[in-house]
Design a binder for this molecule. Sequence first.
Ligand SMILES: C[S@@+](CC[C@H](N)C(=O)[O-])C[C@H]1O[C@@H](n2cnc3c(N)ncnc32)[C@H](O)[C@@H]1O
Length: 462
Amino acid sequence: MQNSRDLAVQILARIEAEQAYANIVLDAELRKSSLRDPRDKALVTEIVYGVLRWQKRLDWYLDQVCKKPLQQSSPWLRHILRIGSYQVLMLDKIPPSAAINESVKLAEKYRQKLNLPANMAKGVVNGILRQLHRSLDTLRRPETIPDKVTRLAVQYSYPEWMVKRWVQRLGEQGAETCCRIQNQPPHLMLRVNPFKTSRAALQESLSGYAGKITPLPDPLSGLVIAGAPALAELRWYQEGECTIQNAASMLVSQILDPKPWENILEACAGAGIKTTHIGELMENRGKITAVDIHENKLSRLQENCQRIGISIVQPYRGDMTTFLDLPASHFQNDRGFHRILVDAPCSGLGVLRKHPEAKWTIEESHIHSLQQLQLRLLNRSVPLLHPEHGVLVYSTCTTEPEENEEVITQFLRDHPGFRIESPQKYLPPELHGCITDQGFLRIEPPQEYFDGFFCAKLVKTL
Ligand SMILES: C[S@@+](CC[C@H](N)C(=O)[O-])C[C@H]1O[C@@H](n2cnc3c(N)ncnc32)[C@H](O)[C@@H]1O
């Protein structure tokens, strides 16, 4: 018989070993688990995300009561101790004795994986967690660390290199805001499908199933939902009345501003969250070519198009950085695409609320290699763009300048025939302050409803 903590430890082990996305592993494992009570499923989610968010802070406390540094322990021992310490240190609703006993049971079940003599596994976990609980009042607190980068890194549980960048760019207070806000669970937000419903009608029909429902500011046709059960399992989602999407991500297709009957390319379409938005804005008239390097993402894109009722999308699997031999039928009058969106792969440092595992999987060196990939994707788009007035939009869900301003600056150096267009008219007034002097949208620190995002709109002039 499976229980919540057992499933949580298996999920954490899989995420770490496979460097996988937490939300994908969690959804898949919950779906196939024998857990039926929604409260048990909620506890798995709470523990998995809680441990991923607070891992470094938990390790700081555990290291004070362990004989050797936690980093030298086996992964399974670390996961079990983190699960126990998360409940003891950060969850009020679980009695510490129950949390410790459950961790000891896990140690017994997985004793072969702990790199300890099998007869010691239970005793070690029991001893460490009981010592942690007994010493709560006397353990050193991260708030007392003198160096500000190390302090914020431990206090809010981030890698030091990330905090150092934020402190350098935003100062200590700005970095702390960044750290604090990115540790909050993300709000659930929906984009309303205008083909099937209206925002008011969807709000009305969801009101019996959710807690508070708040409309997003115009021009975003979206809702923020509090206290909803698993929305993807509800009929409104399954029947295509809405798409789950953060408000900042919704801005990107608005800024692209596609018109009915145009010929659009989405160069990194993924599962089609933005492609379907583009299709909605085009009233399902015209043509969208949706390229991605991964076939499985394009399958999800096709499912999303079907769910929402978009029929103008032609998926195309390919690598946008190399020569893309698009069939001629993709071009209107052989003149190229009216608009191209490059929603580039990035380090994702603006969406850590949704992907806390990225704190521990992304390395600073990735930022430089991603920059090279982002530039190649943009460069490859230029010959595909309509030669007069073609529009190229570049977006990322990261806050790091190397992947944002530096990419666009380098791009404009290599391609002077573009001007930057301010996105102001597409934004709710509260985001006007996020337009930079150069005319880019830069959301940093992330805001309550808006993830950390960057977007540049470039219009062809020559
Ligand atoms: C930020 S995600 C796109 C998300 C998507 N636009 C959406 O809104 O759902 C970046 C995508 O780029 C794809 N990608 C990465 N390298 C690529 C390449 N060389 N050519 C085409 N797509 C690529 C990834 O598979 C990923 O789906």
